[in-house]
Design a protein around this ligand. Structure first.
Ligand code: ATP
Ligand code: MG
Ligand code: MG
Length: 428
């Protein structure tokens, strides 16, 4: 992909925007771009530099993303709404063409990496709660204040904060920015994230291999081991607005990453903000258990879409007939009674039972968590609670969980933790 129209090749020390930004090391990449840690010589801060592929369709996508990110930044002057902040954007000419570049605030590891790091065992419920609050605050802002649907919410697109800002604390993090291209072969090992460091240490000690997600899905529970993510501050932000749209200007019919896709998108009955709520609930389950809630597969005589709908109905009960037959693609999947044509026998296994049977939740934890999630998994999109309504749910405002901690049954606490306290505090 490093050819005409593709990625721009970057070397450590490369300068951008007339020397303002200096490349430090690669942070990640996607289908559209490579993302670099860069030092901003104007603000003396580290930033994330997203360098888009240069071909016309990528440039157009970047312009759209910049438009969305600009609206997001303009409505959030205090930068407190749990969405990534656009700092700057410019064009960069290279051998492969003109690349649109976005300068974003520098964030840390994704929640997917956090789940992986925790060996797909699920995070403590208190951590899940904190993360859920962040995501919901982000969604409430996008939906209610801006009229924007994210359309690709998933653990990979939610990044943790960096606990240490290397620019503000150069002594503790032992970091000096690279300001020009270094001589010889150099590995730009600047600012390793906490998870990255721990992963490296773990790899050195050759501890048991991190089990693959698929393996941990199918078989029995993987052996329990100590979760040592206690020191990680779990504030986070939503990123990747490449697919976001204004609710009144929708661009695509097929949206969302498969496992986080809402039923109305599969049957093509139109969508709105509530598709993000569906993805949010899938993400919350994954954080708490380490497993994807729906991992559909094509099988003999049925498609991935049909398997997906079947999995949903096994968890949530039969889709109401009116909803099932109401989409442009309904006839591909359902008969006139609203039953799946090609998958006839469903095994009903409700959420609270799954949490108890497979994930060994206590009955109280399972009931409370299922109470929070089930209304979001309504097949009728208009009946799903909004992000604002979810933020008021008692489950989010409970102080402790039973997972290895003292259970707090006091309702007083729940009442006292009002909306004003929803801003997540550092080091709590
Ligand atoms: P996709 O194919 O997912 O649409 P993309 O080309 O649009 O990819 P992003 O998903 O925005 O790119 O970013 C690619 C990766 O770069 C992310 O998965 C993440 O690892 C890293 N990254 C993106 N933004 C930041 C940021 N602000 N701070 C730190 N890392 C980031
Ligand atoms: Mg992405
Ligand atoms: Mg993208």
């Amino acid at each position: 992909s490093y050819r005409k129209g593709g990625y721009h090749a970057v070397r450590i020390g490369d300068q951008f925007a007339g020397g303002r930004y200096v490349a430090q090391r690669k942070l990640g990449w996607g289908q559209f771009s490579t993302v670099w840690l860069a030092y901003d010589t104007t603000s003396s801060m580290y930033v994330a530099l997203k360098i888009q592929k240069s071909a016309a369709q990528f440039a157009q996508a970047a312009l759209h993303e910049i438009q969305v990110l600009t609206a997001i930044a303009e409505g959030d002057s205090s930068n407190s709404k749990c969405v990534v902040r656009l700092i700057d954007h410019f064009k960069h000419a290279g051998p492969n063409g003109q690349h649109l570049c976005m300068v974003l605030e520098f964030l840390g590891d994704s929640l997917l990496r956090l789940i992986k790091y925790n060996r797909y065992k699920g995070l403590k419920l208190n951590k899940v709660r904190e993360i859920c609050k962040c995501i919901l605050m982000g969604m409430d802002y996008l939906h209610r204040e801006l009229g924007i649907i994210h359309t690709d919410l998933k653990p990979e697109n939610i990044l943790l904060f960096n606990t240490i800002d290397p620019a503000k604390d150069p002594v503790r993090s032992k970091v000096t920015p690279i300001l020009e291209r270094p001589e010889g072969n150099m590995n730009g090992g600047v600012t390793m994230s906490i998870i990255e460091k721990k992963l490296k240490r773990r790899a050195k000690r050759a501890v048991a291999k991190i089990s693959l997600r698929r393996e941990s899905m199918g078989g029995g529970a993987a052996p329990k081991s100590e979760r040592d993510i206690d020191g990680i501050d779990v504030r986070c932000k939503v990123v990747d607005f490449g697919n976001a749209c204004w609710a009144d200007k929708q661009l695509a019919e097929e949206i969302q990453t498969r496992q986080y896709r809402a039923p109305e998108v599969i049957i093509r009955s139109g969508y709105s903000y509530s598709v993000d709520m569906w993805s949010f609930a899938c993400t919350a389950f994954e954080l708490a258990t380490g497993d994807m809630l729906f991992a559909p597969k094509m099988g003999q005589g049925f498609s991935e879409d049909e398997d997906h709908l079947a999995l949903m109905m096994e968890l949530l009960g039969k889709m109401p007939r009116k909803v099932a037959i109401g989409g442009a693609r309904s006839k591909d999947f359902f008969d006139r009674h609203g039953d799946l044509k090609r998958i006839r026998r469903l095994k009903f296994w409700p959420l609270d039972k799954i949490l108890i049977d497979r994930y060994k939740f206590s009955e109280t934890d399972a009931r409370e968590f299922a109470d929070f999630l089930c209304p979001i998994f309504d097949f009728a999109p208009e009946k799903r609670p909004t992000a604002q309504q979810c933020l008021q749910h008692p489950w989010l405002n409970g102080i402790t969980s039973t997972q290895g901690e003292v259970k707090n049954n006091s309702n007083v606490e729940k009442v006292n933790v009002g909306m004003s306290n929803l801003q997540i505090k550092v080091g709590k």
